[in-house]
Design a protein around this ligand. Structure first.
Ligand SMILES: [Zn+2]
Length: 825
């Protein structure tokens, strides 16, 4: 939308000055006027589900009689928002264009010369034939969003109402800004109407309600002046969609298979009211036509390729779409999902039309892609699954591919990488996002369900991939060694056995079942295939501290094994950085970025090993499957993981110290770079939940020799960090001195946590909504004991110090421990 038009619109809206009073005035009795007095020739008119008129900054809906009383869905998204303000709290604004800010069901009713807009909820329900239905209906009295006078009647008694204020004033059900909306600085930008939906775009300006803190617990943004929060503006987009007249039969959700879901509470069941969850999925039904043993769908799932996509990427995006056909074949459908270009000469075709699902290409520096979907809140039917690709996701792919695969693929060792390679990486990202829009969640468990050493087998990865699911955050095969001779095509994830299985489970028709409950025995039988095929199992996050459900992991059935080979590759990759990033006439920013990413990859792989400590396996089971769901790992594996950390992580990784890089990009910072990475790993070892679990596992164990008690773990950790103390002649280098001080700081923070009141408020950083139980007093006593014994060892080591730096460091550590054990009030 041109910015010039925007300013003019705002001025006119302010001059009209009547929108603020509309809400109050509209509640009085209406007196319709002749149609052409209300909708004049100046109006711009769009015909679709409603007839929509834009006239003098006012927006009118002309609602045909037949659209009254029908369920509609309102979806609000940001078209443009203040994306450049990273300090703004998430979910409030400052989100990227395309992010959703609201979704609710609406229904339009007429009462005399008034139209009543209600927002019914489908979150509670019961079978309409049961007597409890009346009670549910009574409890379900839908709240009224707004009441409008009928301004005029159009053809066939269609009611014309002025709906401007829904989009430009403080109507919480529509508001794109949580806070006070200033109608003088808000206005309708554009409108469009289609057979099943109406699309409205408006600028909203408002003052956000201050919330506790910034993103991720960061300090809240400081207002410009006390008591004055500056206003923000957003360009928002609302789709109003009529929901299908014949609701799809929903499919019951099952935690064993990774689908997104909608939730309802059903009171029509015997005894207690039950929470009902249904998966979200496209409506896919068999026609009478068959090809072999597959059926041709009545209606294909069509994904359009954005015409704005750079030409060289279009074939890869088409491929990402049709990649999913094999999964739908597993569900019994032929060509269920297809790629198309929007019709070239059809002025009625619009990507805003909810009937069209498109892979949008957004020229943005954001390094991401998203796959949201719009679904019918009554049944979970996916109505639109448009994917948004931000152009700079290509940069992220480049960096990942370099740090994970440059040792295997010579094409990665010089920038820019060839289009044929970047296209393949793009295909991978887009296929993943499409998976979300088909209803699939992240199968983070995936990569850990394969035998670890399989990912170094060329025949295995050719057939199975290095993860069974493209919905896993498995990225590229960083474990494979150059001598494994794995085909380059096979180091990039693709649709795998789990994806086919999940689509089979969610989409295969069960024709004999007439209700969702009648489908359950079949669904349960399919889910039980997981007992014999481990890679059909699903989990998005594992309460054992992510063991098994690691993101960015390959071969994580055995993280110690995988990281051993991963580190060998990082040492190789580090040697390629200078060559790849040095370009005539260019500065060294690429070198810095790739060096940082490589060290980051090292820390990520190191952290995978940590999850073995107090880790365990999870297989979700229904009542028909025997055995535990949660199984802790053996003591032997946990001890080996700690030994790996001491030998390979806390011992300075010299291959990451690269003077040929650091001398190009900075005057100082190498020690900090290495120690910061180690510090990330150390913090994960000392994670509160991990320490608590070790205490609990010891308490539950019949035989203490089978578990890894917290005391042993902390002893081993302390020895790994302070190994030098036991030598005859103690010499500690600068890297290790720094790491040892980090250790004291982290233990200090556990024993003497910073005063809560001095911390910035705001939601705790807990991305998976997992329970955060504070560190137990028992664990604190153990940590305290560790420091007491450490101080003794340090005092014994001081006379053995080989150099002045070591001696001063040890004396400082001794002093520091005193402060931690007896903090000054
Ligand atoms: Zn994803």
């Amino acid at each position: 939308m041109p910015a010039g038009g925007a300013g003019a619109g705002a001025a006119a809206a302010a001059a009209a000055g009547d929108t603020g009073q509309a809400r109050v005035a509209a509640t009085g009795p209406g007196r319709p006027r002749p149609y052409d007095r209300v909708i004049t020739r100046a109006a711009k008119t769009y015909r679709g589900m409603f007839i929509v008129h834009v006239q003098c900054d006012h927006l009118y809906f002309e609602i045909p009689e037949k659209e009254l009383g029908r369920d509609m869905l309102l979806v609000g998204r940001y078209d443009r928002a203040a994306a450049q303000e990273p300090d703004l709290p998430p979910g409030q604004f400052g989100e990227y264009g395309g992010d959703e800010f609201g979704e609710r069901t609406l229904i339009w009713q007429r009462s005399g010369d008034r139209i009543i807009l209600r927002s019914p909820t489908f979150s509670i329900t019961a079978d309409t034939t049961l007597s409890v239905y009346r009670a549910v209906e009574a409890a379900n009295y839908a709240p009224i969003v707004a009441i409008f006078n009928v301004e005029a009647y159009g053809r066939d008694s269609a009611a014309v109402i002025d709906v401007t204020r829904l989009y430009t004033t403080q109507v919480p059900e529509f508001a794109a800004i949580r806070g006070r909306i200033d109608e003088r600085r808000s206005y309708i930008e554009s409108a469009a109407a289609f057979p099943d939906n109406v699309e409205i775009q408006a600028a909203q300006t408002g003052t956000p309600t201050p919330v506790g803190g910034g993103r991720g617990g960061a300090p809240a943004p400081i207002p410009q002046a006390p008591g004055e929060t500056p206003a923000i503006s957003v360009l928002a987009h609302w789709s109003l969609v009529r929901l299908p007249d014949h609701p799809m039969m929903p499919r019951r959700f099952d935690e064993r298979v990774g689908f997104f879901s909608i939730q309802q509470v059903d009171f029509g069941l015997e005894q207690r009211a039950a929470r009902r969850q249904y998966i979200t999925r496209y409506r896919l039904e068999c026609s009478d036509q068959r090809v072999g043993n597959l059926c041709v769908p009545k209606k294909q799932i069509v994904y359009y390729v954005d015409p704005g996509t750079p030409e060289q990427w279009k074939p890869w995006i088409r491929k990402a779409i049709t990649d999913w056909q094999v999964a739908f074949e597993a569900a019994g459908f032929k060509d269920a999902i297809v790629a198309e270009d929007p019709p070239a000469n059809d002025s009625t075709w619009s990507p805003e039309d909810i009937r069209h699902t498109m892979i949008r290409w957004l020229p943005s520096t954001t390094e991401n892609a998203v796959g949201p979907h719009v679904s019918d809140p009554r049944t979970g039917e996916i109505l639109n699954g448009s994917v948004r690709i931000f152009q700079n996701v290509l940069n992220l792919q480049r960096d990942w591919y370099f740090t994970q695969a440059a040792q295997l693929d010579p094409r990665a060792r010089s920038f820019p990488m060839p289009d044929s390679l970047m296209g393949r990486l793009l295909e991978f990202v887009v296929a993943h996002e499409i998976g979300h829009t088909l209803g699939l969640r992240h199968d983070q468990l995936g990569s850990s369900t394969y035998p670890a050493d399989s990912v170094r087998s060329a025949t295995w990865v050719h057939k199975m991939g290095h993860s069974p699911s493209i919905m896993d955050y498995s990225r590229f095969n960083y474990v494979a060694q150059p001598e494994d001779n794995i085909a380059l095509e096979d180091i990039v994830p693709r649709i795998g056995p789990y994806d086919k299985y999940a689509i089979m489970w969610g989409y295969t028709p069960i024709p004999d079942a007439k209700t969702p409950d009648e489908e359950r025995p079949t669904l349960d039988r399919w889910a039980m295939q997981q007992d014999t095929v481990p890679w059909y199992r699903f989990s998005e996050n594992n309460d054992f501290g992510d063991f098994g459900t690691l993101t960015e992991a390959v071969g994580d059935a055995d993280p110690v094994w995988a990281t051993t080979y991963g580190f060998k590759n990082i040492a190789r990759v580090a040697g390629y950085i200078a060559g790849a990033t040095t370009k005539q006439g260019e500065d060294n920013s690429d070198m810095r970025e790739i060096y940082d990413r490589t060290v980051g990859q090292w820390a990520t792989e190191a952290t995978h090993v940590v999850t073995v400590i107090a880790g365990g396996e999870v297989q979700y089971k229904s009542g028909s499957q025997p055995g535990p769901v949660y199984t802790p790992l053996s003591r032997g594996r946990q001890v080996a993981a700690m030994k790996f950390l001491a030998d390979n992580v806390f011992k300075t990784p010299s291959y990451l110290i690269r003077p040929e890089l650091s001398r190009r990009i900075e005057a100082e910072g190498v020690i900090n770079r290495i120690v910061a990475a180690q510090s990330r790993v150390l913090a994960s070892v000392l994670n509160d939940n991990r320490m608590n679990r070790l205490i609990e596992e010891e308490a539950m164990a019949k035989d203490r020799a089978t578990v890894y008690p917290l005391a042993n773990m902390l002893d081993d950790l302390q020895h790994g960090i302070w190994t030098e103390l036991s030598s005859g002649r103690v010499s500690i280098d600068a890297y290790r001195r720094s790491l040892q001080m980090v250790y004291l700081t982290q233990v200090d923070n556990k024993l003497n946590p910073p005063d809560e009141s001095s911390r910035p408020a705001g939601p705790p950083r807990n991305p998976f909504g997992r329970r955060n139980i504070p560190l137990s007093e028992d664990a604190k006593s153990e940590l305290r004991g560790e420091l007491v014994s450490l101080r003794q060892q340090i005092r014994q080591a001081i006379p053995k110090a080989a150099d002045r730096e070591t001696r001063f460091h040890l004396e400082a550590a001794d002093h520091r421990i005193g402060d931690i054990l007896e903090p000054k009030k």
